[in-house]
Design a protein around this ligand. Structure first.
Ligand code: UD1
Ligand code: CA
Length: 509
């Protein structure tokens, strides 16, 4: 592939996208973990253009902010009230010319002394998410190698409805006609305009100055540049892509889901070729930003989002959703919902585990069934095996946290830390009332409520004993099923008044 750098790329993103029927601008809808515009900007940046412009108007502030978030070097261009793709490009050219003038003695050698943009300008639409830098690069290369004035990217489809059709005479491209302006004969043409072109900047500037709004929509059509350049005797050629998916646009939510599924299918296929096992591609969704190592296994119902990275030999799933999670080599993550977390090498998570941001599970550690963790550091080989909550805690190495342990980290106003050492053994239902610290090698007894620090090697057990009030149920819940069962068990129909119980104690519910 050629490494020719175009003078500018212009991404059109000013349209309303009414067919989406959404409050969210069309180009901000997402597939594969990126907005449609994000996909296009990523591909465009791959060409290393000297300038990358985004034309905005509809929901201007939202789209502009998003574009800058994706790529802080984009040039934002505001389209005025005149509608149409041609007008959008004209506004971009004006802005790029101003930018060229502002730059002292263009350092690229591409600009004329007149200080306007010169060279190749690639124009593409913000709603064509599968277009990749490779395809765009080939288009620029063909344009420059052939010395074209206009090079239009086309494809041939079964159902050309809704697209502009490519008009040819004796093989040569002579124009583009929009569906609504086309004759029946023209509508039968299956070669369509993908809305991606490379223009010579001077030809484009000149042609846009001549285009009116004389069409069914009353818009300035960029497509009219093609016929104008042809009529002026300039070289206009088409480059056709075989793989129509690459140039498919999103106009409504049906296309959004179809393209989302196709993108996912391609992402999974790429990973499978890199040595990842995907047991069920139909129920596995992986964002384009995720990284997977060889011999990773993804079980059915797995979704990996954002900056998730999975190490060699790890197994994720079934039924697991991870967003921005690092999974270490050899780890297993089963039926888990996780975000912003790190899971160490050979560690185990799940099933039915909620791993929240700031969780860092050490190598060979475990966070087991029905556990919720948040902002917790768990050292090598330590285990939180079943039923509990750990928040704002640091746990040492080879510590075993018993069933049903809870960090009471929130006093209603502030969060407090729990620090637990190495080789600690806590018994079932221990509650850590933070801030509190448990020393290395300490133990706790079942039901312990730890309010004060436990020194290393100590055993801390609840000292409130057990108070039993015989007959409480038959007095306070008379005629209940429990009272009846108790009565049968006690083999008597009379309530039992045992010692050590007063009515006063019973009054609290
Ligand atoms: C356009 C092409 C059509 C092509 C199709 C491919 C024209 C006249 N038609 O039609 O030949 O087959 O794309 O998908 O160009 N936009 C602006 N400003 C505007 C209007 C649109 O920036 O005033 C942007 C939109 O945000 C969008 C892109 O241009 O990203 C294309 O606009 P859209 O309305 O989707 O054009 P189509 O009718 O699909
Ligand atoms: Ca479109």
């Amino acid at each position: 592939m050629s490494q020719t750098r175009p003078a500018a790329v212009v991404v059109l993103a000013a349209g309303a996208g009414t067919r989406m029927k959404s409050r969210t601008p069309k180009v901000l809808h997402r597939i594969g973990g990126r907005s449609l515009l994000g996909h296009v900007l990523t591909a465009a940046r791959g060409l290393e253009p000297e300038r990358l412009a985004v034309v905005v108007r509809h929901e201007r502030d939202l789209v502009a902010a998003h574009a800058l978030e994706v790529d802080d070097a984009v040039v934002l261009v505001d389209q005025d009230e005149v509608p149409g793709t041609g007008r959008a490009v004209q506004c971009a050219l004006t802005a790029l010319d101003l930018a060229a003038q502002a730059e002292p003695n263009g350092n690229s050698g591409r600009r004329h002394a007149a200080d306007v943009l010169a060279g190749s300008v690639l124009v593409t639409a913000g709603d064509t998410p599968l277009l990749d830098a490779g395809t765009l690069g080939e288009l620029v290369h063909a344009h420059e190698a052939d010395g074209n004035a206009v090079t239009i990217l086309t494809t041939t489809v079964e159902k050309p409805q809704g697209y502009g059709r490519i008009l040819r005479e004796g093989g040569a491209v002579v124009g583009v006609v929009e569906e609504r302006d086309a004759t029946d004969e023209q509508r039968a043409i299956r070669e369509i305009n993908t809305s991606t072109y490379v223009f010579d900047a001077a030809v484009l500037r000149d042609a846009l100055g001549q285009i009116g709004q004389d069409n069914d929509q009353g818009e300035v059509y960029l497509t009219d540049v093609v016929a104008l350049a042809h009529e002026a005797g300039l070289p206009v050629r088409a480059v056709s892509v075989e793989d129509s998916w690459l140039v498919e646009g999103v106009n409504d939510r049906v296309q959004l889901s179809v393209l989302g599924a196709e993108l996912n299918r391609r992402v999974l296929e790429d990973w499978m070729r890199e040595g990842v096992t995907v047991v069920d591609p139909a129920t596995t969704w992986v964002d384009v930003t995720v990284e997977l190592a060889p011999d990773v296994t993804l079980l059915p119902g797995t979704q990996l989002h954002g900056r998730t990275v999975v190490g060699e030999g790890a197994t994720v799933g079934p039924d697991t959703t991870l967003t921005d999670v690092r999974v270490g080599p050899g780890a297993t993550v089963i039926r888990t919902h996780g975000s912003g977390a790190e899971i160490g090498e050979d560690a185990a998570v799940g099933p039915f585990t909620y791993v929240r941001p700031g969780t860092r599970l050490g190598p060979e550690g475990k966070i087991g069934a029905f556990y919720e963790t948040k902002n917790v550091q768990v050292g090598r080989g330590s285990k939180l095996s079943h039923l509990g909550y750990a928040g704002d805690a640091v746990i040492g190495e080879h510590t075993n946290i018993g069933c049903g342990n809870i960090t009471a980290n929130y006093d209603g106003e502030h969060k407090h830390p729990t620090v637990i050492g190495s080789h600690v053994r806590t018994s079932s239902a221990t509650v850590f009332v933070a801030p509190v610290e448990i020393g290395d090698g300490a133990y706790t007894g079942a039901g312990a409520i730890i309010r004060e620090d436990v020194p290393p090697g100590a055993l801390s057990v609840p000292d409130h004993g057990q108070r039993t009030m015989p007959g409480w149920v038959s007095r306070r819940r008379p005629e209940s099923a429990s009272a009846e069962a108790a009565a049968q068990a006690l083999d008597t129909s009379q309530p039992t008044d045992g010692p050590g119980t007063t009515d006063e104690e019973d009054t609290q519910r």
